[in-house]
Write a protein that binds this ligand. Structure first.
Ligand SMILES: [Fe+2]
Length: 284
């Protein structure tokens, strides 16, 4: 683990915002040189994906399991400015269970946010999890870190759109999921920032009326007992990963039983937190 994690632990204010609003943003998470490294990778992978699905240049794409397609993506799994927020919110018994890359090309010239609308489709993440779980409110179980590689610091640029506080609501507060309901916001996140959000929050992508395509990488973290939400094609990375990265990429050294009753070797993140933050930082 990158020891710089210790300088970016979850703050009290972030925790309050996450629990109250269902999300928070962090500026300056990715340096310019890393963005410059990632953008061509995103564009190449997106171009390959468009061919696979026969997608046109103006279609919005949502590529699941992008992580397996280029090693450059792996460094963000335990990125020192975001990963401490994840274990700060969820604890040590976690894994990466899902990745998806969204590219939102620019709308054609002449179209505007005011005239042509926000282009949203509100939902809660996780599909059947929302139906099969019986409690109200539903449990969180997972969250996502969205790395913003394009400038969405003003509305109408394909921004992540959500209803703050709606993570505790089991139904959508409106008739039409294709418009932004009262209380909804377009989160203004600059290039290089990250949005950390509760998977239960009612949210959406949106249309991009800016001059640049909007590129965002979503990393979903869950407790280790949840099945992956995509193919998690990471086997080819494991030999070069440290034990904590292996934990995050879904390895259970003691086999299937270790996903619910982990032994220390299954969850090296626990020992790292204990060693660096003290026993009191480790719950159960
Ligand atoms: Fe979503």
């Amino acid at each position: 683990m990158d020891p710089r994690c210790l300088d970016h632990l979850l703050t009290e204010e972030e925790e309050i915002r996450f629990k109250r609003d269902g999300y928070f943003t962090i500026d300056d998470v990715l340096p310019d040189d890393l963005i410059d490294e990632l953008v061509p990778v995103v564009d190449r992978v997106d171009g390959e994906y468009r061919k696979e699905i026969d997608g046109g240049p103006n279609d919005r794409t949502n590529l699941l399991d992008f992580i397996g397609r280029d090693e450059a993506y792996v460094q963000l799994v335990d990125w020192y400015k975001t990963f401490p927020k994840v274990f700060g919110l969820m604890g040590w018994h976690i894994q990466l269970y899902h990745t998806h890359q969204i590219v939102t090309p620019c709308e054609p010239e002449g179209k505007t946010f005011e005239k042509d609308g926000p282009g949203v489709g509100f939902h809660q993440d996780s599909g059947r999890l929302n139906i099969d779980i019986e409690t109200q409110p539903r449990p969180m179980i997972s969250l996502k870190v969205a790395f913003v590689l394009s400038d969405t610091s003003e509305v109408g640029r394909g921004n992540f759109t959500c209803i703050p506080g709606s993570q505790l609501w089991s139904s959508f507060p409106g008739e039409d999921r294709k418009s932004i309901p009262d209380g909804g916001v377009q989160v203004c996140a600059p290039k290089g920032s990250a949005i950390v959000f509760d998977r239960r929050i009612w949210h959406s992508g949106s249309a991009n009326y800016y001059r640049d395509p909007r590129r965002v990488l979503f990393y979903g973290y869950s407790y280790r007992w949840l099945r992956p939400r995509d193919d998690m094609t990471v086997e080819h990375y494991l030999d070069n990963c440290d034990p904590i990265q292996q934990q995050l990429l879904g390895v259970s050294q003691t086999g299937g039983h270790g996903y619910t009753s982990p032994k220390p070797e299954d969850v090296p993140l626990k020992a790292w937190i204990e060693e660096n933050l003290g026993e009191e930082a480790v719950v159960a």
